[in-house]
Design a protein around this ligand. Structure first.
Ligand SMILES: [Zn+2]
Length: 322
Protein backbone atom coordinates (compact mmCIF):
# COMPACT_ATOMS: atom_id res chain seq x y z
CA UNK A 1 0.00 0.00 0.00
CA UNK A 2 1.41 3.36 -0.98
CA UNK A 3 1.77 6.05 1.66
CA UNK A 4 -0.59 8.23 -0.31
CA UNK A 5 -3.22 5.50 -0.34
CA UNK A 6 -2.73 4.90 3.39
CA UNK A 7 -3.15 8.60 4.12
CA UNK A 8 -6.29 8.65 2.00
CA UNK A 9 -7.68 5.72 3.95
CA UNK A 10 -6.91 7.35 7.27
CA UNK A 11 -8.46 10.59 6.07
CA UNK A 12 -11.53 8.70 4.95
CA UNK A 13 -11.91 6.98 8.31
CA UNK A 14 -11.44 10.19 10.27
CA UNK A 15 -13.37 12.54 8.06
CA UNK A 16 -16.26 10.65 6.57
CA UNK A 17 -18.59 10.64 9.55
CA UNK A 18 -18.48 14.42 9.81
CA UNK A 19 -17.88 15.63 6.28
CA UNK A 20 -19.45 15.46 2.85
CA UNK A 21 -21.57 12.38 2.17
CA UNK A 22 -24.16 15.07 2.58
CA UNK A 23 -26.63 13.93 0.00
CA UNK A 24 -26.76 10.31 1.12
CA UNK A 25 -28.05 10.44 4.68
CA UNK A 26 -27.92 7.50 7.11
CA UNK A 27 -31.65 6.98 6.66
CA UNK A 28 -31.54 7.14 2.88
CA UNK A 29 -28.66 4.70 2.80
CA UNK A 30 -30.44 2.30 5.17
CA UNK A 31 -33.49 2.38 2.89
CA UNK A 32 -31.25 1.74 -0.13
CA UNK A 33 -29.91 -1.37 1.58
CA UNK A 34 -33.40 -2.52 2.60
CA UNK A 35 -34.63 -2.26 -1.00
CA UNK A 36 -31.79 -4.53 -2.08
CA UNK A 37 -32.52 -7.05 0.67
CA UNK A 38 -36.22 -7.07 -0.20
CA UNK A 39 -35.72 -7.52 -3.93
CA UNK A 40 -33.12 -10.23 -3.39
CA UNK A 41 -34.76 -12.20 -0.63
CA UNK A 42 -38.50 -11.56 -0.99
CA UNK A 43 -38.87 -11.10 -4.75
CA UNK A 44 -35.94 -13.35 -5.65
CA UNK A 45 -35.27 -14.25 -9.28
CA UNK A 46 -36.96 -11.57 -11.39
CA UNK A 47 -36.95 -13.01 -14.90
CA UNK A 48 -39.69 -11.35 -16.96
CA UNK A 49 -42.77 -13.54 -16.72
CA UNK A 50 -41.86 -14.93 -13.29
CA UNK A 51 -43.61 -14.28 -10.00
CA UNK A 52 -40.47 -12.62 -8.66
CA UNK A 53 -40.58 -10.10 -11.49
CA UNK A 54 -44.15 -9.14 -10.62
CA UNK A 55 -43.39 -8.92 -6.91
CA UNK A 56 -40.56 -6.52 -7.72
CA UNK A 57 -42.74 -4.53 -10.11
CA UNK A 58 -45.48 -3.92 -7.54
CA UNK A 59 -42.95 -3.20 -4.83
CA UNK A 60 -41.35 -0.55 -7.02
CA UNK A 61 -44.68 1.00 -8.03
CA UNK A 62 -45.53 1.35 -4.36
CA UNK A 63 -42.17 2.96 -3.65
CA UNK A 64 -42.58 5.42 -6.54
CA UNK A 65 -45.94 6.46 -5.08
CA UNK A 66 -44.56 6.67 -1.54
CA UNK A 67 -41.86 9.00 -2.79
CA UNK A 68 -44.52 11.21 -4.31
CA UNK A 69 -44.90 10.20 -7.94
CA UNK A 70 -48.51 10.09 -9.05
CA UNK A 71 -50.57 9.03 -12.06
CA UNK A 72 -52.82 12.05 -11.45
CA UNK A 73 -50.25 14.67 -12.37
CA UNK A 74 -48.42 12.38 -14.78
CA UNK A 75 -45.27 12.26 -12.70
CA UNK A 76 -45.73 8.47 -12.69
CA UNK A 77 -46.30 6.42 -15.80
CA UNK A 78 -45.67 3.00 -17.18
CA UNK A 79 -44.14 2.31 -20.54
CA UNK A 80 -44.98 -1.04 -22.02
CA UNK A 81 -42.87 -3.43 -24.03
CA UNK A 82 -42.66 -7.07 -24.91
CA UNK A 83 -39.80 -8.62 -23.00
CA UNK A 84 -38.83 -12.26 -22.87
CA UNK A 85 -42.06 -12.94 -24.76
CA UNK A 86 -44.30 -11.28 -22.16
CA UNK A 87 -46.06 -7.95 -21.86
CA UNK A 88 -44.09 -6.03 -19.27
CA UNK A 89 -43.66 -2.47 -18.05
CA UNK A 90 -40.93 0.00 -17.33
CA UNK A 91 -41.77 2.37 -14.48
CA UNK A 92 -41.08 6.05 -15.08
CA UNK A 93 -41.04 8.75 -12.41
CA UNK A 94 -40.75 12.39 -13.46
CA UNK A 95 -39.64 15.48 -11.60
CA UNK A 96 -40.83 18.24 -13.94
CA UNK A 97 -38.98 21.47 -14.59
CA UNK A 98 -40.51 24.88 -14.00
CA UNK A 99 -40.26 25.96 -17.61
CA UNK A 100 -41.41 24.41 -20.85
CA UNK A 101 -39.17 22.35 -23.09
CA UNK A 102 -36.58 21.53 -20.43
CA UNK A 103 -33.47 19.44 -20.83
CA UNK A 104 -33.96 15.87 -19.64
CA UNK A 105 -31.63 13.93 -17.34
CA UNK A 106 -32.44 10.27 -16.77
CA UNK A 107 -31.35 7.99 -13.92
CA UNK A 108 -32.22 4.37 -14.64
CA UNK A 109 -31.55 0.73 -13.80
CA UNK A 110 -33.06 -2.62 -14.68
CA UNK A 111 -35.23 -4.44 -12.14
CA UNK A 112 -35.47 -7.76 -13.93
CA UNK A 113 -32.82 -10.36 -13.10
CA UNK A 114 -31.88 -13.92 -13.89
CA UNK A 115 -30.62 -14.58 -10.36
CA UNK A 116 -31.60 -13.39 -6.87
CA UNK A 117 -29.57 -10.44 -8.10
CA UNK A 118 -28.44 -8.46 -5.08
CA UNK A 119 -25.62 -6.98 -7.15
CA UNK A 120 -27.26 -7.38 -10.58
CA UNK A 121 -29.34 -5.38 -10.23
CA UNK A 122 -31.21 -4.79 -7.00
CA UNK A 123 -28.34 -2.44 -6.17
CA UNK A 124 -29.05 -0.41 -9.29
CA UNK A 125 -32.78 -0.13 -8.96
CA UNK A 126 -32.40 0.75 -5.26
CA UNK A 127 -30.15 3.55 -6.46
CA UNK A 128 -32.89 4.89 -8.74
CA UNK A 129 -35.24 4.99 -5.73
CA UNK A 130 -32.64 6.72 -3.58
CA UNK A 131 -31.94 9.32 -6.27
CA UNK A 132 -35.64 9.95 -6.87
CA UNK A 133 -36.29 10.42 -3.17
CA UNK A 134 -33.35 12.78 -2.87
CA UNK A 135 -34.36 15.00 -5.78
CA UNK A 136 -38.02 15.00 -4.74
CA UNK A 137 -36.95 16.98 -1.67
CA UNK A 138 -35.30 19.68 -3.75
CA UNK A 139 -36.97 22.60 -5.50
CA UNK A 140 -37.70 21.99 -9.16
CA UNK A 141 -35.02 23.07 -11.60
CA UNK A 142 -36.03 25.86 -13.98
CA UNK A 143 -34.91 24.14 -17.13
CA UNK A 144 -34.11 20.53 -16.23
CA UNK A 145 -36.55 17.67 -15.96
CA UNK A 146 -35.41 14.53 -14.16
CA UNK A 147 -36.66 11.07 -15.05
CA UNK A 148 -36.19 8.00 -12.86
CA UNK A 149 -36.76 4.74 -14.68
CA UNK A 150 -36.88 1.12 -13.56
CA UNK A 151 -36.44 -0.90 -16.75
CA UNK A 152 -37.66 -4.40 -17.38
CA UNK A 153 -36.25 -6.85 -19.92
CA UNK A 154 -32.59 -5.89 -19.67
CA UNK A 155 -31.48 -9.49 -19.27
CA UNK A 156 -33.56 -10.67 -22.21
CA UNK A 157 -32.04 -8.16 -24.64
CA UNK A 158 -32.50 -4.60 -23.30
CA UNK A 159 -36.09 -4.80 -24.50
CA UNK A 160 -37.51 -2.36 -21.97
CA UNK A 161 -35.02 0.42 -22.61
CA UNK A 162 -34.98 -0.11 -26.39
CA UNK A 163 -38.75 0.29 -26.54
CA UNK A 164 -38.67 3.27 -24.17
CA UNK A 165 -36.11 5.08 -26.31
CA UNK A 166 -37.98 4.19 -29.49
CA UNK A 167 -41.09 5.83 -28.06
CA UNK A 168 -39.32 9.11 -27.27
CA UNK A 169 -40.27 11.89 -29.65
CA UNK A 170 -37.50 13.46 -31.73
CA UNK A 171 -37.95 16.54 -29.55
CA UNK A 172 -37.51 14.56 -26.33
CA UNK A 173 -34.38 12.93 -27.74
CA UNK A 174 -33.04 16.31 -28.67
CA UNK A 175 -33.66 17.66 -25.17
CA UNK A 176 -32.04 14.63 -23.52
CA UNK A 177 -28.88 15.86 -21.87
CA UNK A 178 -27.56 12.67 -20.29
CA UNK A 179 -28.60 9.28 -18.98
CA UNK A 180 -27.03 7.67 -15.92
CA UNK A 181 -27.66 3.94 -15.92
CA UNK A 182 -26.70 1.99 -12.80
CA UNK A 183 -25.90 -1.68 -13.12
CA UNK A 184 -24.14 -3.31 -10.14
CA UNK A 185 -23.37 -0.82 -7.40
CA UNK A 186 -22.41 -3.35 -4.73
CA UNK A 187 -18.89 -4.57 -4.20
CA UNK A 188 -17.84 -7.54 -2.09
CA UNK A 189 -15.69 -6.67 0.91
CA UNK A 190 -13.09 -9.22 -0.15
CA UNK A 191 -12.92 -7.82 -3.69
CA UNK A 192 -10.25 -5.21 -3.08
CA UNK A 193 -9.50 -4.92 -6.79
CA UNK A 194 -12.98 -3.84 -7.77
CA UNK A 195 -13.15 -0.43 -9.32
CA UNK A 196 -15.70 2.34 -9.45
CA UNK A 197 -16.36 2.64 -13.12
CA UNK A 198 -18.12 4.82 -15.61
CA UNK A 199 -18.73 2.93 -18.82
CA UNK A 200 -19.87 4.51 -22.00
CA UNK A 201 -20.62 2.96 -25.33
CA UNK A 202 -20.49 -0.80 -25.06
CA UNK A 203 -20.77 -1.95 -28.62
CA UNK A 204 -19.00 -5.24 -28.94
CA UNK A 205 -17.63 -6.23 -32.32
CA UNK A 206 -15.67 -9.24 -33.41
CA UNK A 207 -12.48 -7.27 -32.95
CA UNK A 208 -13.30 -6.06 -29.47
CA UNK A 209 -14.93 -2.81 -28.50
CA UNK A 210 -15.61 0.18 -30.62
CA UNK A 211 -15.57 3.74 -29.40
CA UNK A 212 -18.35 6.23 -29.75
CA UNK A 213 -19.81 7.52 -32.95
CA UNK A 214 -20.21 11.09 -34.06
CA UNK A 215 -23.80 10.98 -32.88
CA UNK A 216 -22.87 9.59 -29.46
CA UNK A 217 -19.27 10.06 -28.45
CA UNK A 218 -17.67 7.75 -25.92
CA UNK A 219 -16.64 10.69 -23.72
CA UNK A 220 -19.94 12.42 -23.18
CA UNK A 221 -21.87 14.72 -20.84
CA UNK A 222 -22.60 11.88 -18.42
CA UNK A 223 -18.99 10.79 -18.15
CA UNK A 224 -17.82 14.37 -17.74
CA UNK A 225 -20.38 14.94 -14.98
CA UNK A 226 -19.21 11.83 -13.09
CA UNK A 227 -15.59 12.95 -13.35
CA UNK A 228 -16.48 16.45 -12.18
CA UNK A 229 -18.42 15.00 -9.25
CA UNK A 230 -15.47 12.81 -8.26
CA UNK A 231 -13.33 15.89 -8.22
CA UNK A 232 -15.84 17.95 -6.24
CA UNK A 233 -16.49 15.28 -3.61
CA UNK A 234 -12.89 14.08 -3.46
CA UNK A 235 -14.21 10.53 -3.65
CA UNK A 236 -12.42 8.02 -5.86
CA UNK A 237 -9.43 9.02 -7.89
CA UNK A 238 -9.65 9.04 -11.63
CA UNK A 239 -5.88 8.77 -11.89
CA UNK A 240 -5.49 5.64 -9.84
CA UNK A 241 -6.44 2.92 -12.25
CA UNK A 242 -6.44 -0.52 -10.71
CA UNK A 243 -8.02 0.31 -7.41
CA UNK A 244 -10.50 3.06 -7.91
CA UNK A 245 -10.86 4.74 -11.19
CA UNK A 246 -13.35 6.23 -13.47
CA UNK A 247 -12.56 6.35 -17.11
CA UNK A 248 -14.90 6.12 -20.03
CA UNK A 249 -14.59 2.47 -21.00
CA UNK A 250 -15.91 0.86 -24.10
CA UNK A 251 -17.50 -1.86 -22.08
CA UNK A 252 -20.99 -2.27 -20.95
CA UNK A 253 -23.93 -4.20 -22.26
CA UNK A 254 -26.66 -2.62 -20.20
CA UNK A 255 -29.52 -0.20 -20.75
CA UNK A 256 -27.27 2.82 -21.31
CA UNK A 257 -26.55 1.37 -24.74
CA UNK A 258 -30.15 1.85 -25.84
CA UNK A 259 -29.76 5.58 -25.22
CA UNK A 260 -26.34 5.69 -26.81
CA UNK A 261 -27.54 4.04 -29.97
CA UNK A 262 -30.14 6.73 -30.46
CA UNK A 263 -27.61 9.50 -29.94
CA UNK A 264 -28.30 10.32 -26.28
CA UNK A 265 -25.24 10.74 -24.06
CA UNK A 266 -25.30 7.87 -21.58
CA UNK A 267 -23.05 6.14 -19.07
CA UNK A 268 -23.21 3.05 -16.91
CA UNK A 269 -22.14 3.70 -13.34
CA UNK A 270 -20.97 0.50 -11.65
CA UNK A 271 -18.32 -1.43 -9.80
CA UNK A 272 -16.18 -3.74 -11.88
CA UNK A 273 -13.79 -6.48 -10.90
CA UNK A 274 -10.05 -6.55 -11.27
CA UNK A 275 -9.20 -3.90 -13.80
CA UNK A 276 -5.84 -5.47 -14.62
CA UNK A 277 -7.76 -8.50 -15.82
CA UNK A 278 -10.10 -6.51 -17.98
CA UNK A 279 -12.52 -5.13 -15.44
CA UNK A 280 -14.78 -8.16 -15.50
CA UNK A 281 -18.08 -8.34 -13.69
CA UNK A 282 -18.26 -10.09 -10.29
CA UNK A 283 -17.93 -13.85 -10.56
CA UNK A 284 -21.29 -14.48 -8.94
CA UNK A 285 -23.15 -12.40 -11.51
CA UNK A 286 -25.96 -14.36 -13.21
CA UNK A 287 -25.52 -17.24 -10.74
CA UNK A 288 -27.65 -18.35 -7.76
CA UNK A 289 -24.87 -16.96 -5.56
CA UNK A 290 -25.73 -13.34 -6.34
CA UNK A 291 -27.38 -13.02 -2.94
CA UNK A 292 -26.82 -10.74 0.05
CA UNK A 293 -23.29 -10.97 1.41
CA UNK A 294 -20.45 -9.15 3.07
CA UNK A 295 -20.32 -5.95 1.08
CA UNK A 296 -18.04 -2.93 1.23
CA UNK A 297 -20.95 -0.62 1.86
CA UNK A 298 -18.78 2.43 2.36
CA UNK A 299 -17.76 2.28 -1.28
CA UNK A 300 -21.35 1.97 -2.42
CA UNK A 301 -22.23 4.98 -0.33
CA UNK A 302 -19.41 6.97 -1.89
CA UNK A 303 -20.54 5.94 -5.36
CA UNK A 304 -24.05 7.09 -4.55
CA UNK A 305 -22.68 10.41 -3.38
CA UNK A 306 -20.76 10.84 -6.62
CA UNK A 307 -23.82 9.96 -8.68
CA UNK A 308 -26.12 12.41 -6.88
CA UNK A 309 -23.48 15.13 -7.12
CA UNK A 310 -23.09 14.48 -10.84
CA UNK A 311 -26.82 14.63 -11.53
CA UNK A 312 -27.21 17.73 -9.39
CA UNK A 313 -24.26 19.45 -11.03
CA UNK A 314 -25.61 18.75 -14.47
CA UNK A 315 -29.21 19.60 -13.56
CA UNK A 316 -28.26 22.92 -11.99
CA UNK A 317 -26.05 23.70 -14.97
CA UNK A 318 -22.81 23.99 -13.01
CA UNK A 319 -20.83 23.39 -16.15
CA UNK A 320 -20.64 19.68 -15.38
CA UNK A 321 -21.34 18.51 -18.90
CA UNK A 322 -18.86 20.87 -20.55
ZN1 LIG B 1 -27.41 -6.00 -14.89
Amino acid sequence: MSIRRMLMLIAALVLIPSMALGAVTEDAFARWYDHIAYLTEEAGIRTVGSMGHDVAYYYLLEEYERIGMSYDDETLWKSGCIANGYDAFNIVGVKPALNENPRIITVCAHYDSISPGARDNASGVATVLLAMEYFQQLAPYPDTELRFIAFTGEESGHEGSLMYVENLTPDEKQRSLATFNVDILLVDAEDTQAAFSCDTLGMRTEDGYVSGTEASPAVNAGARAILAAMEETGLFDAGEEGVTWCVPRHLGASDHESFHLSGIDAVNVCFRGNVAEGGSWPGVMHTPEDVMGDFDLQRSRQALEVLLTAVEGLAADHGYGG
